[in-house]
Design a protein around this ligand. Structure first.
Ligand SMILES: [Zn+2]
Length: 438
C-alpha cells in the first residue's frame, strides 16, 4: 500500500479503522490525509515507502512511546494513534490544524498568491515567542529533544500569538537519534560539522534562530560574508558550522546585513529594547555558538519576553503600540514623543515600569510556578484624572496592600489600588512574591 485514495481504510493498531476523506498535502517524508476515525476527523500522516532507510522499526517504536507519553503542552499537534504496518508502510493520526494558523515561513516571505503574514500587534509577537519557548521548555523537561526545529514546524495565529508545533514524529528521548539531522540554516554548528547528533543543546541554538526571525525576519547568520554568489558545501559548512558570524555581532562586523535585503532587520533592530538585543547578541556570540560558553536556556528567554510583554502599551500621543522599557523617560517608537513613567513595581527578579496597559503576570511575581498564562493585574488610568494610575486586581485572590505606615488593606478581585511609592502588594499566596512600588 503506497499512497492512499479517498475511501481507503487503514487499520489502527489499537482497534478500529481510519477512513480517508481527502488529501491535505504531501511532503518529503509522507502525505497527510484527512481521515475519519471513531466518528471524529483527524489528520493522518502516511509515510512514503523506504523513507526510514532500515530504521522503520525504531521509528515505529519511538512513535508508539511518544503517543503513550502524551504531548508536553497543548501547543503540540502530537501523535495520538498509530496505524498497523501495511506492506511496510505506516502512519499516525493527530488533530486537524484549526483555521487562522499560518506556517512560520509565511511570516518571513510573501508571494504573488500569498501575502506576507504579519502579526496584529507586538503583544501577539510576545505571546508567540512565549508559547514557542514554553513548549520547548516542557518538551525538554519531559526528557525529549525535538531535533529538527525549523520554520516549517510552527503554525502561528497572527491575531493572538497562539502556536501549534507540528512534525512531532522526530521527537525522541535524550540520547536517541533516528538519523534526523535537522534543516540547514536552523541546525546548530556542532550538528553541521558532524561533531554531535542533535540534542537539547542543539535545539537551543535552533530556538534562538526561530526567535530571532520571529522578531527581525532576517536570518541571524546571513550577511555580506556568508552569502557568496556561489554557495558550495564547503562554504555552507564554514558559515553555518565552523565559523558562523552573527550579522549584528558588536565585536565582529565581517558579516553585516547585505543592504537591500535587510529591510526588516533595519526596521526592527533599532525598535526593540536593548535587553532583548543583548540576549540575542549573547545567543549568537562566537563562544556560545561554538559551545565554548553555555547556550541561552529557555528560562532566560521567558524572563526577557515576559518583561517585553509587560512593556507593550498604547502611546498617549499617537495611539500606536509602543514599549515602556524603563521608569522615567521613554520615547514612543512611532511618533518619537516623550512618555514619562513615574513608578515601577519591584518583584524579587524583575522590575516592571507601570503605565496604563501594562499587564502584570504570575511570571513576574513568581516564575518558579512555571505558569505562563495567569494574568495578575493591569495598570489603568483614573477616569477623572488620567495622570493618576492604579493597579487593577485581575486575579481571583484578594490581595494584601501594605502601606508605608505599617497598616494593611485587602484588595478584592476587580478592585483598583492607586500606584503610590512604597506601597507593597502581596498578589499571590506567598508573601515573598510581593511587589514594592518604587
Ligand atoms: Zn507615539
Amino acid at each position: 500500500m503506497g499512497s492512499l485514495k479517498v475511501g481507503d481504510t487503514v487499520k489502527m493498531k489499537y482497534g478500529g479503522e481510519a477512513k480517508v476523506l481527502a488529501e491535505f498535502g504531501s511532503g518529503g517524508q509522507g502525505t497527510v490525509y484527512k481521515v475519519s476515525y471513531n466518528g471524529k476527523e483527524y489528520a493522518l500522516k502516511w509515510y512514503h515507502k523506504d523513507v526510514f532507510k532500515g530504521k522503520e522499526k525504531d521509528f515505529y517504536q519511538n512513535l508508539e512511546n511518544n503517543i503513550q507519553k502524551g504531548a508536553p503542552t497543548k501547543d503540540f499537534l502530537w501523535p495520538l494513534g498509530i496505524t498497523e504496518v501495511h506492506a511496510g508502510v505506516f502512519g499516525y493520526i493527530m488533530d486537524v490544524r484549526p483555521t487562522g494558523y499560518y506556517e512560520l515561513t509565511e511570516f518571513f516571505v510573501g508571494s504573488k498568491k500569498q501575502k506576507q503574514v504579519r502579526f496584529k500587534s507586538f503583544n501577539a509577537v510576545a505571546d508567540a515567542a512565549i508559547n514557542i519557548i514554553q513548549a520547548f521548555r516542557e518538551l525538554h523537561n519531559s526528557g525529549y529533544s525535538y531535533q529538527d526545529i525549523n520554520n516549517g514546524n510552527f503554525f502561528i495565529n497572527p491575531e493572538n500569538g497562539k502556536v501549534l508545533i507540528c512534525d512531532n514524529d522526530n521527537v525522541s528521548p535524550f540520547g536517541v537519534n533516528l538519523g534526523i539531522l535537522g534543516k540547514q540554516r536552523y541546525m546548530a554548528p556542532e550538528v553541521v560539522t558532524g561533531k554531535n547528533d542533535p540534542d537539547k543543546q542543539s535545539d537551543r541554538f535552533s530556538l534562538a534562530v526561530i526567535l530571532f526571525r520571529l522578531l527581525f525576519i532576517n536570518h541571524p547568520l546571513e550577511g555580506k560574508r556568508s552569502t557568496p554568489p556561489c554557495m558550495t558545501k564547503e562554504l555552507e559548512r564554514r558559515y553555518y558550522g565552523e565559523e558562523p558570524v552573527f550579522v549584528m555581532d558588536p565585536n565582529d562586523d565581517r558579516n553585516r546585513p547585505v543592504p537591500g535585503t535587510d529591510k526588516n532587520l533595519k526596521t526592527f533592530w533599532p525598535v526593540y529594547p536593548q535587553y532583548i538585543k543583548d540576549l540575542f547578541i549573547r545567543a549568537f556570540s562566537s563562544d556560545v555558538m561554538l559551545k565554548k560558553a553555555p547556550r541561552v536556556i529557555e528560562k532566560e528567554w521567558l524572563d526577557v519576553f515576559f518583561r517585553f510583554k509587560a512593556s507593550v502599551v498604547k502611546c498617549p500621543h499617537c495611539k500606536e503600540e509602543t514599549f515602556i522599557s524603563q521608569q522615567g523617560n521613554n520615547t514612543c517608537i512611532e511618533c518619537k514623543k516623550k512618555i514619562t513613567v513615574p513608578n515601577a513595581i519591584q518583584f524579587s527578579t524583575v522590575t516592571v515600569p507601570l503605565y496604563p496597559g501594562t499587564k502584570l503576570m504570575m511570571w513576574h511575581a513568581d516564575s518558579s510556578q512555571n505558569d505562563v498564562e495567569t494574568k495578575l493585574g493591569e495598570i489603568v488610568a483614573n477616569p477623572s484624572n488620567p495622570n493618576m494610575f492604579g493597579i487593577k486586581n485581575l486575579s481571583t485572590l484578594s490581595w494584601k496592600v501594605n502601606l508605608p505606615d505599617g497598616s494593611q488593606k485587602p484588595l478584592a478581585p476587580g478592585a483598583v489600588v492607586p500606584v503610590k511609592k512604597d506601597f507593597t502588594i502581596e498578589c499571590t499566596t506567598n508573601p515573598k512574591d510581593a511587589g514594592k512600588i518604587i
